[in-house]
Design a protein around this ligand. Structure first.
Ligand code: NAD
Ligand code: UD1
Length: 334
Protein backbone atom coordinates (compact mmCIF):
# COMPACT_ATOMS: atom_id res chain seq x y z
CA UNK A 1 0.00 0.00 0.00
CA UNK A 2 1.59 3.21 -1.08
CA UNK A 3 -0.56 5.55 -3.15
CA UNK A 4 -4.07 6.25 -1.90
CA UNK A 5 -6.97 8.18 -3.42
CA UNK A 6 -9.06 10.03 -0.84
CA UNK A 7 -12.40 11.28 -2.17
CA UNK A 8 -13.81 14.14 -0.11
CA UNK A 9 -10.33 14.62 1.33
CA UNK A 10 -10.77 18.35 1.97
CA UNK A 11 -13.81 17.75 4.19
CA UNK A 12 -13.92 17.37 7.95
CA UNK A 13 -12.99 13.69 8.44
CA UNK A 14 -11.16 13.45 5.11
CA UNK A 15 -8.70 16.26 5.90
CA UNK A 16 -7.75 14.70 9.25
CA UNK A 17 -7.30 11.35 7.53
CA UNK A 18 -5.05 12.84 4.85
CA UNK A 19 -2.83 14.22 7.65
CA UNK A 20 -2.58 10.78 9.32
CA UNK A 21 -1.89 9.06 5.98
CA UNK A 22 0.87 11.50 5.07
CA UNK A 23 2.39 11.22 8.53
CA UNK A 24 2.36 7.44 8.09
CA UNK A 25 4.26 7.69 4.80
CA UNK A 26 1.41 7.19 2.31
CA UNK A 27 1.37 9.12 -0.93
CA UNK A 28 -2.06 10.79 -1.05
CA UNK A 29 -4.14 12.16 -3.90
CA UNK A 30 -7.36 14.00 -2.98
CA UNK A 31 -10.43 14.32 -5.17
CA UNK A 32 -13.00 16.85 -3.95
CA UNK A 33 -15.56 19.07 -5.69
CA UNK A 34 -15.48 21.70 -2.87
CA UNK A 35 -19.19 21.18 -2.38
CA UNK A 36 -18.77 21.37 1.41
CA UNK A 37 -15.13 22.42 1.84
CA UNK A 38 -12.61 25.06 0.90
CA UNK A 39 -9.40 24.85 -1.11
CA UNK A 40 -7.45 26.52 1.73
CA UNK A 41 -7.79 23.24 3.67
CA UNK A 42 -5.08 21.89 1.33
CA UNK A 43 -2.59 24.50 2.60
CA UNK A 44 -3.58 23.83 6.21
CA UNK A 45 -2.97 20.09 5.79
CA UNK A 46 0.40 20.87 4.21
CA UNK A 47 1.24 23.22 7.10
CA UNK A 48 0.72 20.33 9.54
CA UNK A 49 2.55 17.60 7.65
CA UNK A 50 5.12 19.63 5.71
CA UNK A 51 4.29 17.55 2.62
CA UNK A 52 2.46 18.64 -0.54
CA UNK A 53 -1.02 17.21 -1.19
CA UNK A 54 -2.06 16.56 -4.76
CA UNK A 55 -5.65 17.87 -5.01
CA UNK A 56 -7.93 17.31 -8.01
CA UNK A 57 -11.06 19.45 -8.04
CA UNK A 58 -13.68 17.17 -9.59
CA UNK A 59 -16.92 15.35 -8.84
CA UNK A 60 -17.01 11.60 -8.17
CA UNK A 61 -19.95 11.49 -10.56
CA UNK A 62 -17.72 12.77 -13.36
CA UNK A 63 -16.60 9.43 -14.82
CA UNK A 64 -14.30 11.05 -17.36
CA UNK A 65 -12.42 13.01 -14.69
CA UNK A 66 -12.18 9.85 -12.56
CA UNK A 67 -10.99 7.80 -15.51
CA UNK A 68 -8.30 10.36 -16.37
CA UNK A 69 -7.19 10.40 -12.74
CA UNK A 70 -6.95 6.59 -12.54
CA UNK A 71 -5.07 6.56 -15.87
CA UNK A 72 -2.42 8.92 -14.56
CA UNK A 73 -1.92 7.29 -11.13
CA UNK A 74 -1.70 3.75 -9.92
CA UNK A 75 -3.74 3.68 -6.72
CA UNK A 76 -3.26 0.88 -4.19
CA UNK A 77 -6.47 1.79 -2.41
CA UNK A 78 -9.30 4.31 -2.12
CA UNK A 79 -10.95 5.92 0.90
CA UNK A 80 -14.38 7.21 -0.07
CA UNK A 81 -15.62 10.11 2.09
CA UNK A 82 -17.31 12.18 -0.64
CA UNK A 83 -21.02 12.37 0.17
CA UNK A 84 -23.69 14.70 1.49
CA UNK A 85 -24.31 14.25 5.23
CA UNK A 86 -27.07 16.56 6.48
CA UNK A 87 -29.93 14.42 7.79
CA UNK A 88 -32.55 17.23 7.71
CA UNK A 89 -31.61 18.33 4.19
CA UNK A 90 -31.87 14.72 2.99
CA UNK A 91 -35.51 14.63 4.11
CA UNK A 92 -36.22 17.73 1.99
CA UNK A 93 -34.10 16.72 -1.00
CA UNK A 94 -33.89 12.91 -1.14
CA UNK A 95 -32.94 12.77 -4.84
CA UNK A 96 -29.93 15.00 -4.21
CA UNK A 97 -28.79 12.45 -1.61
CA UNK A 98 -29.45 9.35 -3.72
CA UNK A 99 -27.59 11.00 -6.58
CA UNK A 100 -24.51 12.17 -4.73
CA UNK A 101 -24.13 9.32 -2.26
CA UNK A 102 -25.32 6.29 -4.22
CA UNK A 103 -24.61 7.24 -7.85
CA UNK A 104 -21.30 8.70 -6.68
CA UNK A 105 -20.30 5.36 -5.17
CA UNK A 106 -21.37 3.45 -8.30
CA UNK A 107 -19.34 5.82 -10.48
CA UNK A 108 -16.28 5.24 -8.27
CA UNK A 109 -16.70 1.45 -8.23
CA UNK A 110 -16.99 1.43 -12.04
CA UNK A 111 -13.68 3.24 -12.47
CA UNK A 112 -11.98 1.13 -9.79
CA UNK A 113 -13.10 -2.02 -11.59
CA UNK A 114 -11.86 -0.74 -14.97
CA UNK A 115 -8.45 0.14 -13.52
CA UNK A 116 -8.20 -2.98 -11.33
CA UNK A 117 -8.01 -1.08 -8.05
CA UNK A 118 -9.52 -3.46 -5.56
CA UNK A 119 -9.36 -1.97 -2.04
CA UNK A 120 -11.96 0.43 -0.68
CA UNK A 121 -12.53 1.95 2.75
CA UNK A 122 -16.07 3.32 3.02
CA UNK A 123 -17.55 5.91 5.43
CA UNK A 124 -20.66 4.45 6.97
CA UNK A 125 -22.50 5.51 10.09
CA UNK A 126 -23.99 4.16 13.30
CA UNK A 127 -27.24 5.57 11.90
CA UNK A 128 -27.66 2.12 10.23
CA UNK A 129 -28.50 0.65 13.68
CA UNK A 130 -31.43 3.07 14.19
CA UNK A 131 -33.07 3.15 17.61
CA UNK A 132 -31.82 -0.24 18.74
CA UNK A 133 -32.33 -1.54 22.26
CA UNK A 134 -29.32 -3.82 21.82
CA UNK A 135 -26.65 -1.74 23.66
CA UNK A 136 -23.77 -1.36 23.22
CA UNK A 137 -24.14 -2.10 19.52
CA UNK A 138 -21.90 -4.70 17.94
CA UNK A 139 -21.34 -5.11 14.21
CA UNK A 140 -23.91 -7.91 14.22
CA UNK A 141 -26.65 -5.77 15.77
CA UNK A 142 -29.60 -5.77 13.39
CA UNK A 143 -29.67 -3.02 10.77
CA UNK A 144 -32.94 -1.07 11.02
CA UNK A 145 -34.96 0.59 8.32
CA UNK A 146 -33.52 4.11 7.95
CA UNK A 147 -35.32 7.14 9.37
CA UNK A 148 -34.00 9.52 6.68
CA UNK A 149 -32.88 9.40 3.04
CA UNK A 150 -29.33 10.03 4.33
CA UNK A 151 -29.56 6.87 6.43
CA UNK A 152 -31.01 5.00 3.47
CA UNK A 153 -28.00 5.97 1.33
CA UNK A 154 -25.61 4.52 3.94
CA UNK A 155 -27.49 1.21 4.14
CA UNK A 156 -27.77 0.95 0.34
CA UNK A 157 -24.10 1.82 -0.18
CA UNK A 158 -23.08 -0.87 2.32
CA UNK A 159 -25.29 -3.35 0.39
CA UNK A 160 -23.90 -2.33 -3.01
CA UNK A 161 -20.28 -2.63 -1.85
CA UNK A 162 -20.97 -6.01 -0.21
CA UNK A 163 -22.70 -7.33 -3.33
CA UNK A 164 -20.06 -5.97 -5.71
CA UNK A 165 -17.18 -7.36 -3.64
CA UNK A 166 -18.80 -10.79 -3.51
CA UNK A 167 -18.85 -11.07 -7.29
CA UNK A 168 -15.54 -9.38 -8.06
CA UNK A 169 -11.97 -9.61 -6.84
CA UNK A 170 -12.69 -6.73 -4.51
CA UNK A 171 -12.07 -6.01 -0.83
CA UNK A 172 -13.69 -3.40 1.29
CA UNK A 173 -13.93 -2.24 4.89
CA UNK A 174 -17.06 -0.46 6.03
CA UNK A 175 -16.38 1.84 8.97
CA UNK A 176 -19.46 2.75 10.99
CA UNK A 177 -18.61 6.04 12.68
CA UNK A 178 -20.33 7.06 15.89
CA UNK A 179 -20.31 10.84 16.60
CA UNK A 180 -17.09 12.44 15.25
CA UNK A 181 -16.23 15.69 17.05
CA UNK A 182 -13.21 17.85 17.90
CA UNK A 183 -10.44 19.11 15.65
CA UNK A 184 -6.76 18.63 14.99
CA UNK A 185 -4.68 19.58 18.10
CA UNK A 186 -2.77 22.09 15.93
CA UNK A 187 -6.10 23.94 15.36
CA UNK A 188 -5.18 24.19 11.67
CA UNK A 189 -8.03 21.97 10.45
CA UNK A 190 -11.47 21.17 11.84
CA UNK A 191 -15.16 21.14 10.99
CA UNK A 192 -16.52 23.94 8.80
CA UNK A 193 -20.30 23.76 9.21
CA UNK A 194 -22.33 25.73 6.66
CA UNK A 195 -24.96 28.00 8.18
CA UNK A 196 -26.63 27.09 11.47
CA UNK A 197 -25.12 23.82 12.76
CA UNK A 198 -27.43 20.88 13.44
CA UNK A 199 -24.85 18.94 15.41
CA UNK A 200 -24.21 19.45 19.10
CA UNK A 201 -20.50 20.31 19.31
CA UNK A 202 -20.36 23.00 16.58
CA UNK A 203 -23.50 24.49 18.15
CA UNK A 204 -21.76 24.57 21.54
CA UNK A 205 -18.60 26.22 20.20
CA UNK A 206 -20.55 28.78 18.13
CA UNK A 207 -22.65 29.66 21.19
CA UNK A 208 -19.53 30.07 23.32
CA UNK A 209 -18.09 32.34 20.61
CA UNK A 210 -21.29 34.45 20.57
CA UNK A 211 -22.30 33.49 17.00
CA UNK A 212 -25.42 31.76 18.42
CA UNK A 213 -27.23 33.23 21.37
CA UNK A 214 -28.16 30.06 23.22
CA UNK A 215 -27.89 26.30 22.90
CA UNK A 216 -31.09 24.32 23.34
CA UNK A 217 -30.79 20.84 24.81
CA UNK A 218 -33.25 18.68 22.93
CA UNK A 219 -35.10 16.98 25.77
CA UNK A 220 -34.29 16.17 29.39
CA UNK A 221 -36.94 13.51 29.98
CA UNK A 222 -35.16 10.55 28.39
CA UNK A 223 -34.56 7.40 30.37
CA UNK A 224 -30.84 8.12 30.89
CA UNK A 225 -28.80 9.07 33.96
CA UNK A 226 -29.54 12.82 33.69
CA UNK A 227 -32.47 12.71 31.26
CA UNK A 228 -30.51 13.89 28.19
CA UNK A 229 -29.56 11.69 25.20
CA UNK A 230 -26.45 9.52 25.17
CA UNK A 231 -24.00 9.31 22.24
CA UNK A 232 -20.54 7.87 21.67
CA UNK A 233 -18.47 10.96 20.79
CA UNK A 234 -15.18 10.18 19.08
CA UNK A 235 -12.26 12.51 18.41
CA UNK A 236 -11.85 13.07 14.68
CA UNK A 237 -8.08 12.36 14.89
CA UNK A 238 -8.75 8.95 16.47
CA UNK A 239 -11.30 8.29 13.73
CA UNK A 240 -8.76 9.33 11.08
CA UNK A 241 -6.21 6.88 12.52
CA UNK A 242 -8.77 4.06 12.22
CA UNK A 243 -8.72 4.61 8.43
CA UNK A 244 -4.96 4.08 8.34
CA UNK A 245 -5.37 0.83 10.29
CA UNK A 246 -8.15 -0.26 7.92
CA UNK A 247 -5.97 0.40 4.87
CA UNK A 248 -3.14 -1.62 6.35
CA UNK A 249 -5.54 -4.52 6.95
CA UNK A 250 -7.81 -4.56 3.90
CA UNK A 251 -5.47 -6.05 1.34
CA UNK A 252 -4.57 -9.13 3.36
CA UNK A 253 -7.96 -9.92 4.82
CA UNK A 254 -9.59 -13.24 3.96
CA UNK A 255 -13.17 -12.14 3.42
CA UNK A 256 -14.31 -9.66 0.76
CA UNK A 257 -15.96 -7.24 3.16
CA UNK A 258 -15.57 -6.51 6.83
CA UNK A 259 -17.32 -3.97 9.02
CA UNK A 260 -16.18 -2.15 12.14
CA UNK A 261 -17.76 0.16 14.66
CA UNK A 262 -15.56 3.19 15.26
CA UNK A 263 -16.37 4.82 18.57
CA UNK A 264 -14.80 5.03 22.01
CA UNK A 265 -17.10 2.47 23.60
CA UNK A 266 -18.32 5.13 26.09
CA UNK A 267 -21.59 7.00 26.05
CA UNK A 268 -21.88 10.61 27.23
CA UNK A 269 -25.05 12.59 27.86
CA UNK A 270 -25.57 16.05 26.36
CA UNK A 271 -25.17 17.56 29.83
CA UNK A 272 -21.87 15.71 30.34
CA UNK A 273 -20.56 17.09 27.04
CA UNK A 274 -21.53 20.64 28.05
CA UNK A 275 -19.97 20.15 31.49
CA UNK A 276 -16.70 18.91 29.93
CA UNK A 277 -16.69 21.88 27.54
CA UNK A 278 -17.21 24.40 30.34
CA UNK A 279 -14.64 22.87 32.68
CA UNK A 280 -11.81 22.17 30.28
CA UNK A 281 -12.09 25.58 28.60
CA UNK A 282 -13.17 27.60 31.63
CA UNK A 283 -16.06 29.04 29.62
CA UNK A 284 -19.68 29.40 30.76
CA UNK A 285 -22.18 28.25 28.15
CA UNK A 286 -25.61 29.84 27.72
CA UNK A 287 -28.06 26.97 27.36
CA UNK A 288 -31.66 26.04 28.07
CA UNK A 289 -33.61 22.80 28.16
CA UNK A 290 -36.03 22.49 25.25
CA UNK A 291 -38.31 19.84 23.83
CA UNK A 292 -37.19 16.64 22.15
CA UNK A 293 -35.99 16.79 18.51
CA UNK A 294 -38.01 14.63 16.12
CA UNK A 295 -36.09 11.53 15.04
CA UNK A 296 -33.57 11.58 17.92
CA UNK A 297 -32.80 8.26 19.50
CA UNK A 298 -32.48 8.01 23.27
CA UNK A 299 -29.06 6.42 23.50
CA UNK A 300 -26.44 4.63 21.47
CA UNK A 301 -22.82 3.72 22.00
CA UNK A 302 -20.44 1.25 20.40
CA UNK A 303 -19.06 -2.09 21.39
CA UNK A 304 -15.51 -1.58 20.10
CA UNK A 305 -14.06 -5.00 20.88
CA UNK A 306 -13.90 -6.04 17.22
CA UNK A 307 -12.04 -2.96 15.95
CA UNK A 308 -9.71 -3.17 18.94
CA UNK A 309 -8.91 -6.84 18.39
CA UNK A 310 -8.81 -7.06 14.59
CA UNK A 311 -7.46 -3.64 13.58
CA UNK A 312 -5.53 -3.08 16.81
CA UNK A 313 -7.12 0.35 17.06
CA UNK A 314 -8.38 2.06 20.21
CA UNK A 315 -9.50 5.63 20.74
CA UNK A 316 -6.92 7.65 22.68
CA UNK A 317 -8.55 11.04 23.19
CA UNK A 318 -11.01 11.79 26.00
CA UNK A 319 -14.17 13.88 25.92
CA UNK A 320 -12.13 16.68 27.56
CA UNK A 321 -9.61 16.59 24.68
CA UNK A 322 -12.47 16.69 22.17
CA UNK A 323 -13.95 19.79 23.81
CA UNK A 324 -10.57 21.48 24.19
CA UNK A 325 -9.63 20.97 20.55
CA UNK A 326 -13.11 21.90 19.24
CA UNK A 327 -12.89 25.21 21.12
CA UNK A 328 -9.29 25.93 20.04
CA UNK A 329 -10.41 25.41 16.42
CA UNK A 330 -13.54 27.57 16.79
CA UNK A 331 -11.43 30.41 18.15
CA UNK A 332 -9.36 30.47 14.92
CA UNK A 333 -12.48 30.94 12.76
CA UNK A 334 -13.68 34.44 11.82
P1 NAD B 1 -17.77 16.79 4.86
O1 NAD B 1 -18.96 17.36 4.17
O2 NAD B 1 -16.98 17.68 5.73
O3 NAD B 1 -16.77 16.16 3.77
C1 NAD B 1 -17.22 15.58 2.58
C2 NAD B 1 -16.32 16.11 1.47
O4 NAD B 1 -16.72 15.49 0.24
C3 NAD B 1 -16.42 17.62 1.27
O5 NAD B 1 -15.14 18.17 1.15
C4 NAD B 1 -17.21 17.76 -0.03
O6 NAD B 1 -16.85 18.94 -0.75
C5 NAD B 1 -16.84 16.49 -0.76
N1 NAD B 1 -17.84 15.99 -1.70
C6 NAD B 1 -19.17 15.82 -1.50
N2 NAD B 1 -19.74 15.31 -2.60
C7 NAD B 1 -18.77 15.17 -3.53
C8 NAD B 1 -18.73 14.70 -4.86
N3 NAD B 1 -19.84 14.30 -5.49
N4 NAD B 1 -17.54 14.67 -5.51
C9 NAD B 1 -16.40 15.08 -4.89
N5 NAD B 1 -16.38 15.56 -3.63
C10 NAD B 1 -17.55 15.60 -2.96
O7 NAD B 1 -18.27 15.50 5.66
P2 NAD B 1 -17.52 14.63 6.74
O8 NAD B 1 -18.12 14.94 8.07
O9 NAD B 1 -16.07 14.73 6.56
O10 NAD B 1 -18.03 13.18 6.34
C11 NAD B 1 -17.30 12.34 5.49
C12 NAD B 1 -18.05 11.05 5.27
O11 NAD B 1 -18.32 10.45 6.54
C13 NAD B 1 -19.40 11.19 4.60
O12 NAD B 1 -19.59 10.09 3.74
C14 NAD B 1 -20.37 11.15 5.74
O13 NAD B 1 -21.64 10.71 5.35
C15 NAD B 1 -19.71 10.16 6.66
N6 NAD B 1 -20.11 10.30 8.06
C16 NAD B 1 -19.94 11.50 8.69
C17 NAD B 1 -20.33 11.63 10.01
C18 NAD B 1 -20.17 12.95 10.73
O14 NAD B 1 -20.74 13.12 11.82
N7 NAD B 1 -19.41 13.90 10.23
C19 NAD B 1 -20.89 10.54 10.70
C20 NAD B 1 -21.02 9.31 10.03
C21 NAD B 1 -20.62 9.21 8.70
C1 UD1 C 1 -26.84 13.11 13.76
C2 UD1 C 1 -27.64 12.31 12.79
C3 UD1 C 1 -26.85 11.09 12.37
C4 UD1 C 1 -25.50 11.51 11.81
C5 UD1 C 1 -24.79 12.34 12.86
C6 UD1 C 1 -23.47 12.85 12.39
C7 UD1 C 1 -30.01 12.74 13.33
C8 UD1 C 1 -31.27 12.17 13.89
N1 UD1 C 1 -28.92 11.94 13.36
O1 UD1 C 1 -26.59 12.30 14.91
O2 UD1 C 1 -27.55 10.36 11.41
O3 UD1 C 1 -24.71 10.37 11.49
O4 UD1 C 1 -25.61 13.47 13.21
O5 UD1 C 1 -23.61 13.86 11.45
O6 UD1 C 1 -30.00 13.86 12.87
N2 UD1 C 1 -28.40 18.13 20.54
C9 UD1 C 1 -28.92 19.12 21.36
N3 UD1 C 1 -28.95 20.41 20.90
C10 UD1 C 1 -28.46 20.76 19.68
C11 UD1 C 1 -27.91 19.74 18.85
C12 UD1 C 1 -27.91 18.43 19.31
O7 UD1 C 1 -29.37 18.85 22.47
O8 UD1 C 1 -28.52 21.94 19.32
C13 UD1 C 1 -28.36 16.75 21.06
C14 UD1 C 1 -29.16 15.78 20.20
O9 UD1 C 1 -30.48 15.70 20.67
C15 UD1 C 1 -28.37 14.48 20.43
C16 UD1 C 1 -26.93 14.96 20.66
O10 UD1 C 1 -27.02 16.32 21.00
O11 UD1 C 1 -28.81 13.86 21.59
C17 UD1 C 1 -26.06 14.77 19.44
O12 UD1 C 1 -26.72 15.38 18.33
P1 UD1 C 1 -26.01 15.53 16.91
O13 UD1 C 1 -24.67 16.14 17.08
O14 UD1 C 1 -26.98 16.22 16.01
O15 UD1 C 1 -25.77 14.04 16.44
P2 UD1 C 1 -26.81 12.81 16.34
O16 UD1 C 1 -28.21 13.28 16.45
O17 UD1 C 1 -26.36 11.75 17.26
Amino acid sequence: MHKILVTGGLGYIGSHTVVELQQDGFDVVVLDNLNNSKLEVKENIEAITGKPVDVIIADVNDSKALNDLFSSHHFDGVIHFAAHKAVGESVEHPIKYYHNNITGLISLLGVMERHKVSNLIFSSSCTVYGATKDLPVTETTKIQKAESPYGTTKILCEDIITDFAKHKEFKSILLRYFNPVGAHPSAKIGELPLGVPNNLVPYITQTAKGIREQLTIFGSDYNTKDGTCVRDYIHVVDLAKAHVKALEYVNGMKQHVDVFNVGTGNGNTVLEVIDAFEKVNDVKLNYQIGSRRAGDIEQIWADTSKVSKVLNWNAQYTINDMMKHAWAWQKTLK
